[in-house]
Design a protein around this ligand. Structure first.
Ligand SMILES: Nc1ncnc2c1ncn2[C@@H]1O[C@H](COP(=O)(O)OP(=O)(O)O)[C@@H](O)[C@H]1O
Ligand SMILES: [Mg+2]
Length: 261
């Protein structure tokens, strides 16, 4: 199968993009898929999900990270680092990602830089999936991420404000399709569901009645193991296999893999 590039995007912060990206990477990896993670956010959360803070800062301030690659339009392969998991490699981010919009501004075909940089990686066929964690913005850099992707997974927090702005995000994706005709919204993942509240039912009803989107059956509940895992620089499936979120992300991974055919 061809390498598929999937991004985790939603302009709303705290919706579970980085958590879902890291957790699904692990769930895909244990199912035998080879994954390359790309940390596209200056918050460095995806990198922090796999490496301790000192290491993350070393990557972020060094020469081998995504920001340097974009700024200098350099080959991505030297930027790839191995994680402790055989099937998961990662391209770290940099705190300087905060200035990426300025860097892109003067570049030729500025919305297509990441797509061009990723092309050799995709064509090498080494990976089954390239998973990109997007920041909570809707600027030129997120355009780069969407245009470089085949599919978008959109995490939505099951909270009153979780759906606020979703229409904007869907419109933005629609506009991106003009520049990337094969880009598709794979589905919406409902995250941080609080089992004690029935607000979740309303979120699901609203989402299911929204035209043109697939809402994954498997939702992710609030689970303190997610935070403990992040504190230990591990994806939750590795940190605590028996946790609720580890098994939910496993089921979601299977649902997503099945939907890809
Ligand atoms: N299932 C979950 N249970 C508990 N906390 C979660 C869960 N998913 C995410 N979180 C927490 O919510 C916050 C936002 O999640 P994150 O993945 O960083 O969102 P985003 O990348 O969209 O900003 C983080 O502090 C994370 O630890
Ligand atoms: Mg994030």
């Amino acid at each position: 199968m061809k390498t598929q590039v999937i991004c985790f995007a939603n302009n709303k912060g705290g919706s579970g993009k980085s958590t879902t990206c890291a957790s699904l990477a692990y769930a895909f990896a244990v199912r035998g898929k080879k994954v390359l993670l790309v940390d596209g956010d200056m918050q460095l959360n995806l990198t922090l999900s796999f490496f301790p803070e000192e290491k993350v800062l070393e990557f972020a301030t060094g020469e081998n990270n995504l920001f340097i690659a974009v700024k200098e339009q350099k080959d991505l392969s030297p930027m790839i680092v191995r994680t402790e998991y055989e099937n998961i490699d990662l391209i770290p981010s940099s705190t300087l990602m905060s200035t990426v919009e300025c860097e892109l501004f003067t570049k030729w075909q500025r919305e297509f830089i990441l797509k061009k940089l990723l092309r050799p990686v995709v064509e090498s066929g080494i990976y089954d999936f390239v998973l990109i964690d997007a920041p909570p913005t809707l600027g030129c850099w997120v355009m780069n991420i969407l245009i470089a992707s085949d599919k978008i997974v959109l995490p939505v927090e099951a909270s009153p404000w979780g759906l606020f702005g979703l229409a904007n995000m869907l419109e933005f994706i629609g506009q991106m399709k003009e520049l990337a005709p094969s880009l598709e919204l794979a589905g919406v993942v409902v995250t941080k569901v609080d089992a004690r509240k029935n607000y979740f039912k309303q979120t699901m009803e609203t989402l299911r009645s929204t035209e043109g989107i697939r809402v994954y059956e498997n939702v992710i509940h609030l689970d303190s193991s997610v935070e403990w895992a992040q504190d230990n620089s591990k994806p939750v499936g590795s940190y605590k296999k028996s946790s609720r979120s580890a098994s939910e992300y496993g089921l979601l991974a299977e649902e997503i893999l099945k939907s890809f055919g």
